[in-house]
Ligand binder design. Structure first.
Ligand SMILES: [Zn+2]
Ligand SMILES: [Zn+2]
Length: 146
């Protein structure tokens, strides 16, 4: 399920992006699986704001075209680690939620962040009162079920 209209958003492949200092650049050859905002405290700390805006893509479509990612992990509620990638030179957060088959790109790291449309807000249990959320977007206390 896509939850968004790639054509209406003017989404053009490949998606490209990178960090603030340009030491790390990436390319993604596939349309996102899903896009969402995560309000958990770990995402808040990792992004320095109210929620991570995540563009979730197939791992096989994600390619670093310059530099390399440093990683750190934060614990997930399901007991696994959330593998987060960032630029070691400038600290920009670039990726998160990396698994064997998918990886989350931080929307603001895209060269064209305007293609981001959240399909859901997750971890609303940690959401900050000052972080404005769109009432029209489905909400989940933690993760979506199923
Ligand atoms: Zn950088
Ligand atoms: Zn999160």
């Amino acid at each position: 399920m896509l939850f968004y209209d790639a054509q209406a958003l003017g989404m053009k492949l490949p998606l490209t992006g990178g960090c603030s200092c340009s030491a790390v650049r990436y390319r993604c050859d596939a349309e996102p699986i899903v896009m969402f905002r995560c309000h958990c405290r770990d995402c808040q700390r990792a992004t320095g704001t109210g929620a991570a805006c995540v563009v979730y893509v197939p791992l096989t479509a994600f390619h670093l075209t310059q530099g390399s990612l440093q990683h750190h992990s934060t614990p997930s509620l399901d007991g696994s680690d959330n593998k987060r990638g960032f630029c070691a030179a400038c600290g920009s957060p670039l990726t998160g939620g990396e698994t064997d088959d998918s990886i989350g790109l931080h929307a603001a790291s895209l060269d064209d962040p305007s293609i981001f449309r959240s399909s859901m807000d997750i971890h609303m249990s940690d959401a900050q009162s000052w972080d404005v959320v769109d009432p029209a977007v489905p909400k989940h206390d933690l993760y979506p079920s199923g």
